[in-house]
Design a protein around this ligand. Structure first.
Ligand SMILES: [Zn+2]
Length: 312
């Protein structure tokens, strides 16, 4: 998924985590150091336009991102990485959208900032993004932009589900499927969380007698079955984290795999749902996902999903 900033090299990321291991970071309190906790910030669906005053569905897009950036910047435990999980741009991933995105993200950039990984959603355009952002880290496979972020307690596998810009559905694809399978196998010693833009969408079994009536529009991953089978084939994969539907939600499959749907930074489709971002705190025992709603009075503000990281 992601295209990475030059300052986000793996070398630098590992350097930051090594420091945390020493318990020397002044922003970490004694209790955090003792529990060996590590933090991450995850954003999704910012939908930034070139126009900083752009309003869509009664939402000022830049104002929302500005508020989230300020909250991430103010995190008590400085994150080891910040992830923006796709649909960074408004609709078609235009050059001006990404220029404005960089302006809005400026407080999270710079030499002392944690690595920032930006993934591709269906409203992004890889070529335009590359032209503006000039990512420093090459992708690991040709067809997609993927990455592995090695945390202290969890490895994050960042995948790219963009299929066609401004078409709603997404795809893992064969090359990325092979890469993910091999990468998960090669890193089976630590719990894994996979992060991509599109939601899984299981289709009803085809009915040969009445094929037309069972046609369902695919808005999620077109290769959901193969993808989820792949994840469930690796017992150390604890969760798939995605955006796209603009709805904060969580479910656990029978296999034990958690599906975590991120809230959008931008607009919601149902106005009672929260928008905002998610803070993740990992320890040897747990990955805890905490909602930071933009509306601090929202009933789900502070809601937390705890994933056990122990062997299952
Ligand atoms: Zn979106």
């Amino acid at each position: 998924m992601p295209i990475h900033f030059a300052s986000c090299s793996r070398r630098r990321f590992l350097g930051a985590t090594a420091l945390l291991g020493g318990g020397l970071l002044p922003r970490f309190g004694a209790s955090a150091a003792a529990s060996d906790a590590e933090s991450f910030a995850i954003l999704s669906d910012t939908h930034i336009a070139a126009d900083p005053d752009k309003v869509l569905r009664e939402t000022n897009l830049c104002a929302n991102l500005k508020a989230v950036v300020a909250e991430v910047k103010a995190m008590t435990a400085s994150p080891s990485a910040v992830l923006l999980n796709g649909d960074a741009a408004l609709n078609e991933g235009q050059v001006g959208d990404y220029e404005q995105l960089l302006t809005q993200l400026a407080p999270l950039l710079g030499s002392s900032a944690p690595p920032l990984h930006i993934g591709m959603g269906n409203h992004d355009d890889r070529a335009n993004f590359r032209a503006v952002v000039k990512p420093g880290t090459p992708t690991l496979i040709e067809s997609k932009h993927v990455a592995l972020v090695e945390g202290r307690h969890v490895n994050w596998f960042l995948i790219d589900t963009l299929r066609v810009t401004n078409k709603v559905e997404g795809e893992l694809g064969e090359e990325q499927h092979r890469w993910l399978d091999a990468a998960l196998k090669a890193h089976a010693d630590k719990p894994a969380i996979v992060v991509g833009h599109h939601n899984p969408q299981f289709l009803p079994a085809p009915q040969p007698d009445n094929a037309e009536s069972t046609t369902v529009k695919v808005t999620g991953l077109v290769d959901t079955e193969a993808f989820i089978t792949l994840l469930e084939g690796h017992r150390h994969v604890k969760a798939y984290v995605y955006g796209h539907t603009h709805t904060w939600a969580h479910q656990k499959r029978e296999s034990g795999l958690h599906l975590i749907n991120l809230p959008p930074v931008a607009y919601v489709f149902q106005k009672e749902r929260p928008n905002g971002w998610v803070e993740v705190t990992t320890t040897p025992a747990t990955a805890s996902f905490r909602l930071h709603a933009l509306d601090k009075k929202h009933p789900e503000e502070g809601a937390t999903i705890d994933l056990p990281l122990g062997r299952s």
